[in-house]
Write a protein that binds this ligand. Structure first.
Ligand code: SF4
Length: 273
């Protein structure tokens, strides 16, 4: 281990200045996503960065994590869900590594043929038999009924450009499904960018160290990630609750790398699922 690795590891262990992302941040500075975040967020928005750092210190002290599910909000869960119900812009983000290897849209990318063709006013049509078993389809359909955006996460740079930077002005509520290593790394940038919600960890197939994470960031991922039954149940429960309280949509429209919910439900105010 190099001197700098050792130094930043020790800073993390000692929570220097109340933070625990020194090693990851230092390594990120030599990467495009790290430089993009530094220039477009940290240097352009120093007060938001400072506020995010204070929130992150608070998060570390009062971290609420159970069964691989982390709450990235301070109020009680019901209060947060009521707020999320009233606000626009809920995002459901899943890793491309959750796509099956036989995915007709292939991996790694932001595309899903099922989400592109889904229409809740039409009968169920599966663009490929493998989609029937795919959790992206199951969650995507529920997310659409809840009027939420869907985003298939690929690289850290794309997540910064597609999700974090656009949230700087207005904030955003999100359910993000990612590997435990990413949860540790992404929490501070999310708080700086005003993103609150749930961080749900994969229980298998996830990256185990920074080198594996870097390969996945470049799209090299030989495993398929999965959620534990409890975590999947939690995600589906949250989406079901939001769908019962919010006006849903009937289709997704792809804008850039994101799927946006569009169209009014034609029947009783909620798209049926
Ligand atoms: S539902 Fe799954 S398998 Fe089908 S296109 Fe989308 S990601 Fe691929």
């Amino acid at each position: 281990m190099s001197f700098s690795d050792n130094l930043f590891k020790r800073l993390d262990e000692g929570r220097f200045l109340g933070l625990q992302v020194w090693e990851f941040s230092f390594k990120s500075l030599s990467r495009e996503y790290g430089r993009a975040f530094l220039w477009k967020v940290v240097l352009r928005h120093p007060w938001r960065t400072l506020r995010g750092a204070f929130e992150y210190r608070r998060f570390l002290k009062r971290r609420r994590r159970k069964g691989g599910i982390t709450h990235l909000f301070w109020e009680g869960e019901e209060d947060f869900l009521q707020k999320a119900t009233a606000e626009e812009g809920i995002l459901v983000g899943l890793g491309f590594c959750q796509k099956p290897f036989e995915c007709p849209s292939r991996r790694p990318n932001h595309s899903c043929l099922y989400l592109s063709t889904l229409d809740l006013d039409q009968g169920e049509e599966w663009p490929h038999p493998i989609c029937r078993e795919c959790k992206v389809a199951i969650m995507g359909k529920k997310a659409l009924a809840a009027g939420a955006n869907m985003y298939l996460m690929t690289s850290a740079l794309d997540i910064a450009c597609d999700v974090m930077i656009p949230s700087l002005e207005t904030g955003r509520n999100a359910i993000l499904i990612l590997c435990p290593l990413s949860v540790q790394a992404i929490t501070l940038p999310l708080l700086i960018c005003g993103i609150k919600g749930y961080l749900i960890e994969y229980s298998s197939g996830n990256c185990r160290d920074y080198e594996e994470w870097l390969r996945a960031d470049r799209g090299v991922k030989e495993e398929m990630t999965t959620l534990s039954p409890g975590a999947l149940e939690k995600v589906m429960g949250l989406l079901h609750l939001l769908a019962s309280r919010r006006r849903g949509s009937i289709r997704f429209e792809r804008q850039g790398n994101m799927y946006w919910p569009v169209g009014e439900p034609s029947t009783d105010g909620h798209a049926s699922v």
